[in-house]
Design a protein around this ligand. Sequence first.
Ligand code: AMP
Ligand code: GLY
Length: 411
Amino acid sequence: MVNVLVIGNGARESALGQAFLRSPQVDTVYVAPGNVGMSLLGLAVLPVAETDFASLIQFAQAHVALTFIGPEAPLAAGIVDAFQKAELPVFGPTRQLAQLEASKQFAKAFMKRHHLPTAAARVVTTQEAAAAAVADFGTPVVIKADGLAAGKGVTVAQTQAEALAAVSQLYVDHPHASVVIEECLVGQEASVLAMFNGIQRVIFPLAQDHKRRFEGDTGPNTGGMGAFSPAPQFSAEQLEQAHALIDQTLAGMVVDGLYGNGVLYIGVMFTADGPKILEYNLRFGDPETQVLLPQVENDFYQMVQDLLAGKADDLKLDGRTYCGVVAANPGYPQDTRHSLPVLVPNEAQRHYWYPAGIVQGTDGLRSHGGRILTVIGAGNDLKTAQSQAYQRLAELSGALAFRKDIGWHAL
Ligand code: AMP
Ligand code: GLY
């Protein structure tokens, strides 16, 4: 039996931890820094910051056979390079490869070089140049801060005034910001994720996230308010197109000498002109992971080890559809300072409860931050999965806020 270390503290890492725990080869799963809710799931919470590479390496050397990196920030800061230098087995992209997510400019140049379809875009570094680009593109137009913004650095502006307001806000916050002004794409969005090593890959079923805060896809962009998978509204042809984007991207990486392994997550927009890439992420998605990993019947630990050895396993799926709903601070994404009580799940509820922003208060569990937990439901179709998720969430949400329409694009 071996131990595994997962880096991160969200509902995604709760789902990753659970997937490793289901492996008959795995004894203890440590999660650093984790959250207090994870200990209710049988995960071992290790209170070490995800950026404290030296302490994490020291721990990994003594206690684990594999380290799996969940979130983007430590990847962009070079955690994989540090682990590799210490000759420790680690799953995740190097800092250079993680640039595909961390720098929208780097990603746009990559897509252009390898003829991968994406929105027309211009990168600007002054407010004047941004205003000129907004005028050239016309509206609607998309404004993105370069660099990691947890999905919150994007404004889809319907009017010129809205676009200019977003631009000037970015330059107030960051006077030297590198900003991407981009053509607005119209269509249905899907998340396609694959675990890869070079061009070897295991592609997961399509998922659909819900980025906007409120029902009917209104309100500000968030990290994601809910997801479901497989997404039944996409055709076999669209699925094939999504797989082709994964394979063309992996081939492009190899051509560029960007060797490595990890998770490639492509945000795809299926437009009238075919599929276009909205963004690359070099990690699992949150909340997508909470509805992808429960479908997988493979030994997840073995699947990762096989990839590290250069072998892609065939995915064995349970054939069910999963729907996950995120319960968030009512003020999310703007103001998440207020802390609320979090209900403690009973034994049965722990099988579908994925804790994220949870801390121990003097009077019980309390919320901390924006997205607090995910609850999932499953069934033979999306409708059944959705009703189960909402029934379960009704007993666990307390005063937390959530979208009531996760799955609506497919129903
Ligand atoms: P990103 O962080 O680039 O994935 O953007 C977050 C969200 O903003 C996406 O999931 C889309 O919903 C939306 N978005 C980003 N770029 C565009 C675009 N060019 N056209 C339309 N919507 C977009
Ligand atoms: N669900 C969006 C993301 O993980 O970036």
